[in-house]
Design a protein around this ligand. Structure first.
Ligand SMILES: [Zn+2]
Length: 75
């Protein structure tokens, strides 16, 4: 399975608006909106390739998703 990062937003600004601000990056399957930590994110939310995981671009990153993603990669 391929993974990507998907943004959870702070405040009420809709994804795509200039007001949108990322609260936390989560890990999801590519094209999916259910995160590894079982949150449901907006289908229009920003995404990044999983290669961004662990870089400044993915900061702040959800600790629950990080742990689960690590386990899957190791296992
Ligand atoms: Zn998460």
């Amino acid at each position: 399975m391929e993974y990507e990062l998907r943004a959870e937003y702070a405040g009420q600004a809709p994804p795509g608006s200039s007001e949108a601000r990322v609260a936390l990056w989560h890990m999801t399957g590519v094209g999916e909106t259910l995160t590894l930590c079982r949150r449901r994110l907006d289908p229009a939310a920003w995404t990044q390739p999983s290669s961004a995981w662990g870089t400044d671009a993915a900061d702040p990153f959800c600790p629950d998703c990080g742990v689960k993603y690590l386990r899957m990669n190791v296992g």
